[in-house]
Design a protein around this ligand. Structure first.
Ligand code: SAM
Length: 204
């Protein structure tokens, strides 16, 4: 997976590649789909949601440009796999999931596999986690109709927000960096994510 799907397609950050080499993706996939855990596509995890394609996980993680001391917020825990990848690259990861059943399974898997610097929270994460802000990185792994202002407000100086933005079925992954109180936006790649549902996302 790492050599053929990630490095060969231009993922160059060795820390991201090493993290994805070490995180056991099969542990985050429902048992009946484990034989496909390292294939080049998303997989169903229940509640009509998915664990993202490995390549998208790598692209978005690379765009976050994490340092070991960074504190990260993820919105859209899903299986917990992305949070596990982040946990090897940062000091603490807060991750929010709106489906109770997924949050519970992700929390259990993360504990079993040993990722103790990840805190799973069950709620609408579209407004972020103001109590724990500012964050060095915020990653949204669901597609938003627009960039939620609440998330920009929760970035620290130099902080990065990586988020898919656009229509329900097709988005552009953007990276927004906060410099001197101003925001610089870059388009990263086209992508297809399930919708971000909530106060600052799509309606149910
Ligand atoms: N990062 C996940 C992983 O590694 O498995 C995959 C995320 S999946 C593509 C998107 C997730 O975002 C779904 O589990 C969905 O329930 C969740 N989600 C959608 N809107 C949300 C919201 N407002 N707050 C928290 N989670 C949300």
């Amino acid at each position: 997976m790492v050599e053929r799907q990630l490095r060969a397609r231009g993922i160059t950050d060795e820390r991201v590649l090493a993290s994805m080499l070490l995180v056991p993706r099969h542990e985050f996939v429902p048992e009946e789909l484990r034989d496909q855990a390292y294939e080049d596509h998303p997989l169903a995890i229940g509640e009509n949601q998915t664990i993202s394609q490995p390549y998208m996980v790598a692209v978005m993680t690379q765009e976050l440009q994490l340092k070991p001391s960074d504190v990260v917020l993820e919105i859209g825990t899903g299986s917990g796999y992305q949070a596990a990848v982040l946990s090897r690259l940062a000091s603490a990861v807060y991750t929010i999931e709106r489906h109770q059943s997924l949050a519970f399974i992700a929390h259990t898997t993360l504990r079993e596999v040993g990722y103790r610097n990840v805190i799973v929270i069950c709620s609408d994460g579209s407004g972020g986690l103001p109590d724990k802000a500012p964050f060095d990185g915020i990653i949204v792994t669901a597609g938003a109709p627009e960039i939620p202002h609440a998330l920009l407000d929760q970035l620290g100086e130099g902080g990065r927000l990586v988020i898919p933005v656009g229509e329900k079925m097709l988005q552009v992954c953007k990276r927004i960096t906060k410099h001197g109180g101003r925001f610089e936006t870059q388009d990263v790649t086209g992508c297809v994510f399930v919708p971000l549902i909530g106060k600052f996302g799509w309606e149910i």
